[in-house]
Design a binder for this molecule. Structure first.
Ligand SMILES: Cc1ncc(C[n+]2csc(CCOP(=O)(O)OP(=O)(O)O)c2C)c(N)n1
Length: 321
């Protein structure tokens, strides 16, 4: 597949970091009052953000949704500032004002995540329009769910992006569920990627638990976008292994289905692939795991030790037009 060794290791690292970060959040949110708001995790879906972001340059932009931790960590967000923001502390990447659901990390070109379902694609199209208008050599990636794909805003965004040949890559993270609703309850066509045909753009479905396949598809789409060939739609077929949020008991998800997908976990898959090719040693894997543990421990300490913002700070950084 011709993927540089360092990129493959980077994908394994960001998946391990993301999993450890979210496993910690899964525990923290059980402590009353610790984490304000909902806790929405991407456990089992890490190959999507990690594979995609490894194929991007630092100047490329990502727009994400409510399930954003993996996307942001894979794009290089500082785990300390991210954790502090999730705690709504003043040292957080948004000074404690966004919490987990509206995180923004402009330093890594992740200016917006929105929990408004379907809000991301029009924002990504605006971003890509600006890039094209200014003649910049960079692209915008938009992560959204299969549920979001049913929103009118997503169709409008794809239509305009294709019409104006904008440098945007639509990544539909098809994790089978939108809240408690299964994919086939809201989408008549089993292929989300097929929708690309309607907008005359390339559409491809990939195994969303295979970081290397995601990387390859995004790398190709990025090359097309930079060559002026416009947008692409990539459907990453994956599975939501936890509830919609941590308070969701998942009673509507068949146990056997969850177990079958846990078996397809993207992390051991890439790890074993790298080990069998001799691209990584068992010791390096252990080091990566220990590093992820240490980074997350430090992020929690940083968040815990940080102050909450003062109430009057709510009025700072507010844009009044
Ligand atoms: C406009 C809007 N409608 C409904 C909701 C409530 N809501 C939050 S997440 C969600 C499900 C989204 O599913 P999907 O886009 O597939 O993403 P996933 O949660 O599976 O990652 C819904 C309905 C919302 N936040 N915004």
């Amino acid at each position: 597949m011709n993927i540089p060794e360092e990129k493959q290791k980077e994908m394994l690292w960001t998946m391990l970091l993301s999993r450890r970060f979210e496993d910690e959040l899964a525990e923290l949110c059980k402590i009353e009052g610790k984490i304000p708001g909902m806790t929405i995790l991407s456990t089992g879906q890490e190959a999507v953000g990690s594979g995609a972001c490894a194929a991007l340059a630092p100047e490329d932009v990502i727009i994400s949704n409510h399930r954003s931790h993996n996307h942001l960590l894979a794009k290089g967000a500082d785990p300390n500032a991210l954790m502090a923001e999730i705690y709504c502390k003043r040292t957080g990447c948004n000074k404690g004002k966004s919490g987990t659901l509206h995180l923004a990390v402009p330093e890594v070109n992740a200016p917006c995540t929105s929990t408004v379902v379907g809000a991301g694609p029009p924002i990504a199209v605006g971003q890509a329009f600006a890039q094209q208008y200014k003649g910049e050599q960079r692209v915008t990636v938009c992560f959204f769910g299969d549920g979001a794909a049913a929103e009118g805003s997503v169709h409008e965004a794809m239509n305009l992006a294709a019409l104006w040949r904008l440098p945007v890559i639509f990544i539909c993270e098809n994790n089978v569920y939108a809240g408690a609703q299964r994919y086939e309850e809201h989408a008549p066509n089993p292929s989300m990627a097929d929708r690309a045909t309607a907008y005359a753009m390339p559409g491809e479905a990939v195994d969303g638990n295979d970081a290397l396949a995601v990387y390859q598809a995004v790398r190709d789409a990025r090359e097309r976008a930079l060559a002026g060939e416009g947008p692409s739609l990539i459907e990453c077929k994956t599975y939501r292994c936890r509830g919609h949020g941590e308070a969701d008991p998942q009673h509507y998800q068949p146990k056997e289905e969850i177990c079958a997908w846990q078996e397809k976990c993207p992390i051991p898959r890439l790890r074993d692939d790298l080990l069998s090719q001799g691209l990584i040693t068992p010791e390096e894997v252990r080091d990566m795991e220990a590093r992820a543990e240490a980074v997350v421990k430090e992020a929690v300490r940083f968040a815990e030790d940080s102050p909450f913002p003062n109430p009057e700070e709510a009025l700072e950084d507010v844009l009044v037009a």
